[in-house]
Design a protein around this ligand. Structure first.
Ligand code: PPE
Length: 307
């Protein structure tokens, strides 16, 4: 959670408006039925100024989420790229979290959004690491949730729809009430899926693994970057399901996501994970930090500089 500190502007339906003027009606369709698809993106300070990490991939995922929900965004990836660049410049923060969102607006009521206008907005704000800077350093304590992850027969997890986050919020609140920092959700098969806002990775005997897209997860862009890093660093990697008990017996576990970065998990349901150091996780964390901050030529194509 973060307390929002207003910035100057929000991009809304084609133009930059003052932060306080970016309002919607209480009878907006999407508010009632969660007919909203969104993204979470970050800009980082680099030696060449503010740069947005893997912007194209995030916007393509937004397009795909909209497609699943038969939503017409009305803006192309190029137009949204321009909007995001204009916003980053207007608000002047080199490092920020960016939230594009498309949702059904005011005009009709009833479950079907057909006939309701689609609103598209992008805001940004200052947001430190999702699970805390201390979490990145020391690791966090997680619990396996009693809530089961949504699956593609009910609510397609690969479409980043607001509705999915009701499932995540139940898990997150349950974890917090039990004194844990984050939840791990299992899928309908009882296999590990992901966190409410993060993908999960396991390391055992030097081999990195993560559940496949079919396990009921959002196909994370950070997850994809980590897989590429593993390949480039020569770390063994498998896309494979794992069970709850394989969490407990891992040498290392970590969560990853745009908001969370790469955050080690030091304990699951009271069981310490591995020896408490995270040698493989640390290598990936360092490469990730260097990459997003534009310090590595090899991954420069993942950065879009604000100009
Ligand atoms: N799974 C879920 C369910 C998820 O929401 C995220 C992003 C990820 C995996 C990681 O995806 P990616 O960011 O592309 O690597 N969660 C966003 C935070 C959600 C929230 O607002 O809370 C994020 O990290 O931006």
């Amino acid at each position: 959670m973060v307390a929002l500190r207003p910035l100057a502007k929000i991009w809304m339906n084609g133009r930059l408006v003052d932060w306080d003027k970016a309002e919607v009606h209480v009878l907006s369709h999407g508010l009632h039925y969660a007919y909203a698809v969104f993204e979470g993106i970050r800009s980082y300070d680099t030696p060449q100024g503010a740069a947005v990490f893997r912007l194209k991939e995030h916007l393509v995922r937004l397009e795909n989420s909209a497609k699943v929900y038969r939503m017409k965004l009305g803006y192309s990836v190029e137009e949204l790229t321009r909007a995001i660049m204009d916003l980053v410049k207007a608000n002047g923060l080199p490092e920020s979290y960016l939230r594009p969102i498309a949702f059904s607006g005011y005009g009709t009521m009833g479950l079907s959004p057909v006939g309701a206008p689609v609103n598209v907005a992008v805001a940004n704000w200052e947001w430190g690491p999702y699970l805390g800077a201390e979490g990145i350093d020391r690791g966090i304590r997680a619990t396996v949730s009693s809530w089961v992850r949504i699956d593609s027969r009910s609510l397609p997890p690969q479409a980043k729809c607001a509705a999915n986050y009701a499932n995540g919020a139940l898990a997150k609140m349950e974890a917090a009430a039990g004194g844990y920092e984050e939840a791990i959700l299992l899928n309908n098969e009882g296999l590990v899926a992901e966190g409410p806002g993060e993908n999960i990775f396991r390391i055992k005997e030097g081999v990195l693994s993560t559940p496949p897209a079919s396990s009921g997860i959002l196909r994370g862009i950070t997850r994809d970057s980590v897989i590429r890093f593993a390949r480039d660093l020569g770390i063994g990697f498998q896309r494979t399901d794992f069970t709850r008990e394989e969490l407990f017996t891992a040498d290392e576990l970590f969560f990853c996501g745009t908001a969370a970065g790469i955050t080690p998990i030091r304990e699951v349901d009271g069981r310490p994970i591995g020896s408490g150091d995270y040698p493989v996780t640390r290598r990936l964390q360092k490469l990730y930090e260097d990459t997003v901050h534009g310090r590595i030529d090899r991954y420069r194509e993942w950065l879009t500089y604000a100009r």
